[in-house]
Design a protein. Structure first.
Length: 153
C-alpha cells in the first residue's frame, strides 16, 4: 500500500490556501469597514427633539455619511408627526426602512427601535429626522442645543 503524503507543493493544496487567504482578507476588510461606519454614525448630531416642541410645517432634514445619503421631509401638525417623506436615500442600506418611519409617526418620536439587519441605516434616518425637527425649533432653542453640543466636543 502506498500512502500519499501531505504536501504544500501540490496544486490543490495551493489553490485551497489561496482561496482561504482571499476569503479571510475579505472578512477582515468587511469587519473594519463596518466598525468605521458605526464610529461615523455614532458621531452624528442627535438632540432627541420632541415634535411637541416643533412649529407646525414641513421641515427638511439632511444627513450625509460616507455610506448613506438621506434627506427627509418631515411634517409636524399640532405637535405630532403626520408624515415623513423620503426625498433621498442613496448608498448602502436603508432600503427596508419604511417600518422605522411608520413607527416614528405612530410613537410621535424620533427614537424608536432600529430595523433588524439595517441598524446603521436606522441610525442615519433617526439623525436625519432629528435634523428636520431641529430646523422647526425656535432660534433660541436651536442656539441652546448647539451650545450644549459644542461643549460635548
Amino acid at each position: 500500500m502506498s500512502q500519499k503524503k501531505f504536501s504544500f507543493d501540490s496544486k490543490p493544496v495551493r489553490i485551497i490556501l489561496i482561496v482561504l487567504c482571499v476569503f479571510l482578507t475579505f472578512v477582515l476588510y468587511m469587519q473594519r469597514r463596518t466598525r468605521s461606519h458605526y464610529r461615523e454614525a455614532a458621531k452624528l448630531p442627535f438632540y432627541n427633539i420632541q415634535p411637541a416642541d416643533v412649529a407646525d410645517g414641513t421641515w427638511r432634514g439632511k444627513t450625509y455619511t460616507s455610506f448613506l445619503h438621506v434627506q427627509l421631509d418631515v411634517t409636524v401638525k399640532d405637535g405630532r408627526l403626520t408624515n415623513i417623506e423620503i426625498i433621498e436615500n442613496e448608498g448602502s442600506g436603508g432600503h427596508r426602512i419604511a417600518p422605522l418611519l411608520d413607527e416614528m409617526i405612530a410613537q410621535n418620536n424620533s427614537v424608536v427601535q432600529a430595523v433588524k439587519g439595517d441598524e446603521l441605516a436606522s441610525i442615519v434616518f433617526i439623525a436625519c429626522l432629528d435634523d428636520a425637527l431641529f430646523k422647526g425649533l425656535p432660534r433660541e432653542r436651536q442656539n441652546e442645543l448647539k451650545k450644549t453640543d459644542d461643549e460635548k466636543k
